[in-house]
Ligand binder design. Structure first.
Ligand SMILES: Nc1ncnc2c1ncn2[C@@H]1O[C@H](COP(=O)(O)OP(=O)(O)OP(=O)(O)O)[C@@H](O)[C@H]1O
Ligand SMILES: [Mg+2]
Length: 510
């Protein structure tokens, strides 16, 4: 007899249905797993045998064959342990075979028969719900899976024995409840930053429209400090965004305790990050930092210190909003619609462009350092600002600084205006000016005659690329939204153009 259990294999953030078929037949004693298992799946044979033994089930001296169908789909991960064990238990009559028919099963087994947490419970639960099935998952992943739907059946046992008892009716497992991670109460506040008014303004504009931002300045001027305060002015995730983001974090195994958070992701990879760490992939495909920053912020501090090839790998996701990883036998894609915030010194010694300072290595100091960032990468950055050293006056007797909460309110209002406009234009899935499709740019941003003349002159003088031209319009649209104005005026375009043109410190790459 063949027992069947449904499970999933993850491709990107989607769970592809996999059928675990278990047959116990006379023949040479042993257990074999077929169907393109990776090493973790192949090793599940040992874990399953030990866990069944620990749970008091003795395997008969027969030949056990386990097929993971479809046979040509690669299976990765440790979550196949539980479906294999349950298939075996059903084949041996330890649990009723039809009890499993309405469930998708994922989970890793420990040798003592307890069930360990696995990545991907949320997408598995959503996939199961779409098929009209329930989910059996580890106890720790239960709170995460419970988000998939109120009406769906979810069993989150701690051990094989608890699950067998549930099916026998001697011990009932209660449905897990969806859990939320508490927001950190005291995020760093913009009021801590003295002076730097124009940098704070640029940060607000970037937050309002989701624009990419680069801060250039000498060491200790407060660039990292400014970036760290961005989360405090960003609005929380909408319910659909929350689910999108959590799916990615779930597949990456980064939802601690199965709890979801409505804070926008703010990812800060170190500059030693590899390409796989940043855009995803690796031996076992996992979402990278760019995908983990989906609907949030990817902050690259010390931008030129990243490997140039690694940085250039971000060019495609910055444009399309997804990371595509081609592998030998298949290709996976992860959503990666993030806002890039970057900070850098203008040169290796850090002082290029400072009044009264000259680099020991002259012009080459800045040229060589900045050349590590490619032109096309720079072209994708809408707002480039100088963050000069804070003046002594600002440090000693600062002007009263605005608090993050006030800025956050303006950002939220500007975002609301964008949402309403995109809804009126019937563009689904777009909520920020920075993400607006190019074909829509004319409908979004209609500059008046004076503004158009200014843009034409600037585009000629500074040789904007077509992308640059469109992005200036998008930033100007955000500036008008912050102003509460439907019309794009000269003042909005002038500010947007000033953000795009190269400053003294960014001469070499401009
Ligand atoms: N505008 C400011 N207001 C108050 N403190 C500041 C300001 N700028 C810098 N500081 C102080 O200087 C420290 C260093 O700032 P920060 O790390 O942000 O500099 P940075 O511009 O990122 O420098 P680097 O280029 O070396 O990374 C901060 O921890 C803070 O104590
Ligand atoms: Mg810094």
């Amino acid at each position: 007899m063949v027992a069947r259990v449904s499970t999933v294999a993850f491709q990107g953030i989607e769970g592809v249905p996999v059928d675990v078929q278990v047959m116990v037949a006379p023949g040479k004693i042993g257990m074999q797993i077929v169907g393109l298992p990776d090493k973790a799946v192949a090793e599940s044979r040992e874990r399953v045998q030990a866990a069944l033994h620990a749970s008091g089930l003795v395997l008969p001296p027969k030949r056990v064959t386990i097929n993971l169908a479809p046979a040509d789909l690669p299976k990765e991960g440790s979550h196949f342990d539980l479906p294999i064990a349950l298939g075996l238990m059903a084949a041996l009559g330890a649990i009723p075979a039809d009890a499993l028919a309405d469930f998708v099963v994922i989970g890793e087994l420990n040798l003592d028969g307890s069930i360990a947490a696995v990545a991907g419970a949320l997408p598995a639960a959503i996939g199961a719900n779409a098929l009209g099935k329930g989910l059996i998952c580890p106890a720790e992943s239960g709170p995460e899976a419970a988000w998939a739907g109120e009406g769906m059946d979810i069993l989150a046992p701690r051990s094989l024995i608890a699950l067998a008892n549930h099916f026998r009716g001697t011990q009932v497992l209660s449905r897990p409840v969806p859990a939320v991670r508490a927001s950190p109460a005291n995020l760093p506040d913009l009021a801590d930053i003295k002076g730097q008014e124009s940098a704070k303004r640029a940060l607000e504009v970037a937050a309002a429209g989701g624009h990419n931002l680069l801060m250039v300045g000498p060491p200790g001027s407060g660039k990292s400090m400014l970036a760290a305060r961005l989360p405090s002015i960003l609005p929380t995730l909408s319910p659909t965004e929350l689910l999108d983001v959590s799916m990615i974090h779930s597949v990456a195994g980064q939802l601690s305790g199965g709890k979801l958070s409505d804070r926008r992701p703010f990812r800060t990879p170190h500059h030693s990050a590899t390409m796989a760490a940043l855009v995803g992939g690796g031996l076992r495909a996992r979402p990278g930092e760019a995908s983990l920053a989906h609907h949030g912020v990817l902050f690259l501090d010390e931008l030129p210190e990243f490997q140039p090839q690694v940085l250039d790998a971000l060019r495609q996701p910055l444009e399309t909003g997804e990371c595509i990883i081609a592998r030998a036998n298949h290709r996976v894609s992860y959503p990666a619609s993030f806002q890039l915030i970057a900070a850098m010194n203008p040169c290796r010694c850090g002082m290029a462009g400072e009044p009264g300072q000259t680099c020991a290595r002259g012009i080459r100091c800045a040229a060589d350092y900045q050349a590590r960032i490619s032109g096309p990468m720079m072209d994708r950055i809408d707002i480039r600002i100088d963050v000069p050293a804070v003046t002594a006056v600002d440090l000693i007797r600062p002007m009263p600084a605005e608090r993050s909460a006030d800025v956050a309110r303006r950002v939220e209002r500007a975002r609301e205006r964008q949402r309403e406009r995109f809804q009126a234009l019937d563009i689904p899935g777009i909520a920020l000016n920075a993400r607006a499709p190019t074909s829509m740019i004319e409908a979004l941003a209609e500059p008046d005659a004076g503004a158009l003349q200014l843009l034409r002159d600037a585009a000629e003088k500074f040789r904007f690329s077509a992308r640059g031209y469109h992005r200036v319009l998008k930033v100007a649209r955000t500036l008008a939204d912050l102003d509460g104005s439907e019309k794009l005026g000269r003042i909005h375009l002038a500010e947007a153009i000033s953000y795009r043109i190269p400053s003294d410190r960014l001469m070499a790459v401009a």
